[in-house]
Write a protein that binds this ligand. Structure first.
Ligand SMILES: NC(=O)c1ccc[n+]([C@@H]2O[C@H](COP(=O)([O-])OP(=O)(O)OC[C@H]3O[C@@H](n4cnc5c(N)ncnc54)[C@H](OP(=O)(O)O)[C@@H]3O)[C@@H](O)[C@H]2O)c1
Ligand SMILES: [Zn+2]
Length: 372
């Protein structure tokens, strides 16, 4: 290991992160080619099905320069034929002096074979430089691989006294325009956005992604409503905007069948939650989304659904927007209802917190400790 390894791997990680929203369910990967501490070439995996980071970095390089170089890559190079040929073969052909890898890829078709092939071909390989950062970057990919569940982000906007709506259920608007821009940027990287039926009825939201620049979002999220009794109105904005993105109504056999048929006729996908899963309906929905290889999902409330999500330990990350407003009232809607904890020592501990001011709003982003 050289003192410069961390620096160059840091650059490769920064490049990798530019694929966020475009590459999933693939991992984000970056690659940097360095000769005598000088950058020769770099690349990253830009979109799902596109060339891998190593191909992006190596294919425009002079092969003679690569022979003297160190190649830094944020994830073990693939050793199998997927949508593209194995990157390990490319590396063996270019034969760099050394390959530095942040972390092994747990993907079963790779899982150490890429590293072994390089070593079998007498290329020096060092593994583990900036591996914690690499794991954090690809935490959603790793979670989906290990547990078959998507990475779950909770988002809410609240007043300074902790209300997401007044006692009259009014919530428009709590956060400012700048906060709402951040929410739309967040949505643009999501595979699904989930709300409870209470929010669908109270707010009649669209849940589409509208980026201020008018640019096309990286992906179009499925809009999922957890609605065991089939109360979603076919006249709701969600159903009326079906052309803008799929709507999934997660319901049950108890729901009025005529109402459910109307929703299906209007273009919604109806997902029936089996009887034995009804109490854990959110977990069932997440498992179903995981089976569809959804990597990132955003739960946008309301308090009842998010409360259940925290009670069931389903949340990995939060985004909270706090506005300098006070509405008071015991009956105001709280962001996280559910059962909650009886002791402070049982509180979910957040970590890696970032705080930013967005005009007069405060945006807090953080992670739940147990998952990272
Ligand atoms: N400021 C914000 O960021 C924000 C965001 C969202 C909402 N809100 C506000 O929050 C209020 C709505 O919140 P809410 O708590 O009444 O409704 P909610 O959480 O949106 O929906 C609750 C309903 O979802 C259904 N549900 C299905 N599976 C569930 C599960 N596993 N756990 C919990 N609920 C499940 C239940 O109805 P069934 O039993 O019929 O399935 C439940 O009554 C509105 O006033 C809205 O304006 C504010
Ligand atoms: Zn590859």
């Amino acid at each position: 290991m050289t003192p410069c390894d961390a620096h160059w791997m840091g650059l490769a990680l920064e490049l990798a992160s530019r694929g966020r929203g475009f590459v999933e369910p693939n991992p984000m990967v970056g690659c940097v080619v360095v000769e005598n501490d000088e950058l020769v070439s770099s690349g990253f995996h830009q979109f799902f099905g596109g060339p891998h980071a190593e191909v992006e970095a190596l294919s425009h390089c002079d092969p003679d320069r690569v022979k003297n170089s160190t190649v830094y890559v944020t994830l073990e190079p693939c050793s199998h034929f997927g949508k593209t040929p194995p990157c390990v073969e490319l590396l063996i052909r270019y034969r760099p002096k050394r390959v530095v890898i942040a972390m092994q890829d747990p993907f079963p078709a790779v899982a150490g074979r890429g590293i072994q092939s390089l070593r079998d071909n007498s290329i020096q390989v060092d593994v583990g430089i900036q591996d914690e950062q690499a794991r954090e970057l690809n935490a959603p990919y790793l979670k989906l691989l290990e547990f078959g569940l998507p990475w779950v982000i909770a988002k809410w906007a609240m007043t300074l006294d902790g209300a997401i709506a007044t006692h009259g259920q009014d919530s428009k608007w709590i956060s400012n325009e700048q906060s709402r821009v951040v929410v739309h940027e967040l949505r643009s990287c999501m595979d699904a956005i989930i709300i409870g039926i209470g929010t669908a009825i109270a707010d009649d939201p669209l849940l589409t992604t509208r980026l201020p620049s008018g640019s096309t979002p990286a992906r179009v999220a499925k809009r999922v409503i957890v609605d065991r009794n089939g109360r979603l109105s076919p006249q709701s904005q969600l159903v009326q905007s079906i052309h803008a993105g799929p709507v999934i109504v997660a319901t049950s056999e108890h729901a009025d069948q005529a109402r459910v048929r109307n929703l299906a006729d209007a273009g919604c996908e109806v997902l029936i939650i089996p009887e034995q899963e009804l109490s854990g309906s959110l977990r069932f929905v997440l498992k179903e989304l995981g089976d569809r290889r959804c990597t990132n999902v955003l739960i946008e409330g309301g308090g009842t659904l998010l409360g259940n999500a925290f009670d069931e330990n389903l949340i990995d990350q939060i985004h909270c927007f706090i506005a300098p407003k006070i509405v008071g009232g015991l009956g105001a809607v709280r962001p996280i209802a559910g059962v909650g904890k009886s002791l402070m020592s049982q509180a979910d501990q957040l970590h890696r917190m970032t705080v930013e001011c967005l005009g007069d709003n405060v945006h807090i982003s953080s992670f739940l400790r147990r998952q990272c």
